[in-house]
Design a protein around this ligand. Sequence first.
Ligand SMILES: [Zn+2]
Length: 351
Amino acid sequence: MPLSNVLREISQFTHQSFSRERILSLENKNLSTDCSGVIHCLKDIIPIKSPFPHSFKASDIFDFCLEEGAKENIFNLRKNDLIIWKKQIIPKSGDTGHICILMSRPIKLDESHWRVQVFEVSKGASGSTIRDITLITEKDGVLTGVQWHPNTKKVKKTKVIGFNYFKTPTCRHCMRSTFLCLCDHLPKIKIDFHPLVILRQPQEANHPHNSVDIIKHVQTRIEVIDTIKAPEIEGVLLYPSPHSITLSKESFEPYLNKKLILLDGTWRKANKIYLLNNHLKDLPSFHLPPLPPSIYRVRKFVKKKNSLSTLEAYYHFLNIIYEGEEDKHEILIELFKKRIEGEIKLRNLFG
Ligand SMILES: [Zn+2]
C-alpha cells in the first residue's frame, strides 16, 4: 500500500492515544505513540532502512538530519519528506521538538507563506491527524518558521528542516535502491551479441530508468556515445526514417558484419539526434516490423504508438536476425522486466 494511503488509514483509527509507547498496528487499528515514535513504527510497515536508532527523540533526529544533509529550502521539499524542528532549550522530559510527514507539495500563499498538508501525531489531537500547516520562509525560500495552527496568527520562529527519510535500502555494489538493483541476476560472463553502437542523448546518461545500462551489463561489444552531434560511424541504423526498410533476416543479410546503430532518448530527443546528424541519413536504415506494444509503461514518454525502449528494440532486432537463438537473448528482456517491476513497486509505495 502506498505510504500516503497508510498514513490516511492511520489517521482514521478509532483507538489512538499520544504516549511514549510506540505502538502501531494496522491489523488492530491501534496507534499509541508520540511524534517521533510514529516514524520508528512506520519502518516496520514500509520497507525502508531507517538511519535513526529506535531511541532517537525529535531533537536527536533533527541534529542527525542536519548533519546528514537536510533540506533547508522550501523549493527542495518533496512529498513524504519529514518536516522537523527542535526546541531551543531541550527539556529533561516531554517534547524535544516536533516531526511530521509532508503529504502534499507546498502551495505558495505569498512571498513568505506556504501551505502544506502534513500527517502528524500530537498531544493536542490525542493521536494522529492530517491537516494543513503554514511554513514561513525568507524570500529566497529558506525555511525560518512555522504556523502550526492556520487559524491563529502565532508564528514559531525557528529553524525548520526537511529530510528524505523514506528511502529504500541501497545495494552496496551498484548503489541503486534494492528495488532497482539487478546485481544478483546479471550473467557471470558477458554475452557476445551483435555489435552495437548507441548514440545517447546526454541527459539520458543520468536518467535512473535508462535501459542502455542494462544492455551494458550483459553485452560485450557495445559502445555508448553520449552526444547530440555524433561522429561519423560505419554501421547500419535501426531507426524509422523516410527511407528505412522493414527489418527481416533476408533484408539484413548483406549487413551481418556491420555494427548496429541505435538512437537512445525519448522519441523527440532521438529524432533530434537523427535530424542533427546528416551522415546518419546516408546509412542503410531499417525499422522493426509491427510488434506487440512496449512493456515499458513506467516512463511517461511511451505514448507514441509502437515506440519501444532502446533495450526492447535491440532485443527484437536480435530475435529477428538471429532466429533460433531466442533463449540467448532472453536475459535482456528478463532483466528489463525485473527493473520495471522494481520501478512499479517503488512508485506504488511512494507515489
Ligand atoms: Zn546492485
